[in-house]
Ligand binder design. Structure first.
Ligand code: F6P
Length: 344
């Protein structure tokens, strides 16, 4: 078969491991030709490609990013793009297309499958871990590891100076990274989009903690966290082709509120894209490799309109629709179960 492959949305550690696995099994077992489309859906619209084979994929397993490039291009938002995209698939004689992405990229894949009859297989990718129908996405473990290491480092400097440090991590709609890294790093407070925060309560808890003689506190905040009253502006106004605002900056607002309300010296660290860059953890490399093998198997089983997913320790297939219909938010029992004993 001639199989197309693309990576869309924000990049994510482990993408190259998936590419390598699809290519390895596709070439060795099925004698496939693998056509890589460059920069997500843009490559399919513009017919920009790179042929992929085992030789081309040597050495990419531990590399972060994606050798195919990525973009947030949405073919449904660009005039005439859908016609060009379908024309490319015909011109390239693509029998099946494997799309690696999060809710946006896989949302397009789902529509192409159900509305246009394109033979699609999805692979779930996002550091945010907010895709339904899979227990975990690859990239999340790496992001949590990076954020946890950063929090560990912030502890020692915060303790030396008796400071509060607000550490902002990614997660615009779901606070998975904040929750996992905050728990792993022993944060005093974890603020996530799913649990609007009361700034008064946060400050009271920090004061009570400091009154007990613990002067340094790390507050982990997801970029999409919001105060209960909705008083702090957090959106820059700029949106991408999928309508998502560019976030980043809640930590600064929070830190100045904390400092003025408590009198504690407060500093800010925004981890930003450091969480997405660099080499994937062993867990993510293994998960990505398993997803890649399962994706090319799904292509040859003609399991189109499906996404490979992790359930427990098994790789399964689920309808693309199940993956993109709603966001997977942080389990409230997990958050509150830990909050009760460890936050502030
Ligand atoms: O979707 C993954 C993600 O890393 C989000 O957590 C974050 O809000 C966004 O991408 C940042 O996007 P960009 O790379 O376009 O700045």
């Amino acid at each position: 078969m001639r199989v197309g492959l693309l990576t869309g949305g924000g990049d994510c550690p482990g993408l190259n491991a998936v590419i390598r696995a699809v290519v390895r099994k596709g070439e060795v077992t099925f004698n496939d030709e693998i056509v890589g489309f460059l920069d997500g859906w843009r490559g399919v619209i513009e017919n920009t490609t790179m042929m992929l084979d085992v030789e081309r994929c040597r050495g990419i397993l531990p590399r972060g990013g994606t050798i195919l490039g990525t973009s947030r291009t949405n073919p449904y938002k660009l005039d005439g793009a859908m016609g060009k995209l379908l024309q490319t698939l015909r011109a390239q004689r693509i029998d099946a297309l494997v799309a690696m992405g999060g809710e946006d990229t896989l949302g397009v894949a789902e529509k192409l499958s159900s509305d246009e009859g394109v033979s699609m297989v999805g692979v779930p990718k996002t550091i945010d871990n907010d895709l339904s129908a899979t227990d975990f996405t690859f990239g999340f473990d790496t992001a949590v590891q990076i954020a946890t290491e950063a929090i560990d480092r912030l502890h020692t400097t915060a303790e030396s100076h008796d400071r509060v440090i607000v550490c902002e991590v990614m997660g615009r709609h779901a606070g998975w990274i904040a929750t996992y890294a905050g728990i792993a790093g022993g944060a005093a407070e974890i603020l996530i989009p799913e649990e609007p925060f009361d700034i008064d309560l946060v400050c009271r808890k920090l004061k009570a903690r400091h009154a007990k003689g613990r002067f340094a506190s790390i507050v982990v905040v997801a970029e999409g966290a919001l105060p209960v009253e909705g008083t702090m502006a957090v959106v820059s106004g700029e949106v991408d082709q999928f309508g998502h605002p560019r976030l980043g900056g809640i930590a600064n607002l929070l830190a100045s509120e904390i400092e003025s309300r408590t009198g504690f010296e407060t500093r800010v660290t925004i981890l930003g894209h450091i969480q997405r860059g660099g080499t994937p953890t062993a867990f993510d490399r293994v998960l990505a490799t398993r997803f890649g093998i399962a994706a090319i198997d799904a292509v040859h089983d003609r399991a189109f309109g499906q996404m490979v997913a992790l359930r427990g320790n098994d790789i399964v297939r689920v309808p693309l629709k199940a993956a993109v219909s709603e966001l997977k938010t942080v389990d409230s029992a997990l958050y509150h179960g830990v909050a009760e004993y460890f936050f502030s």
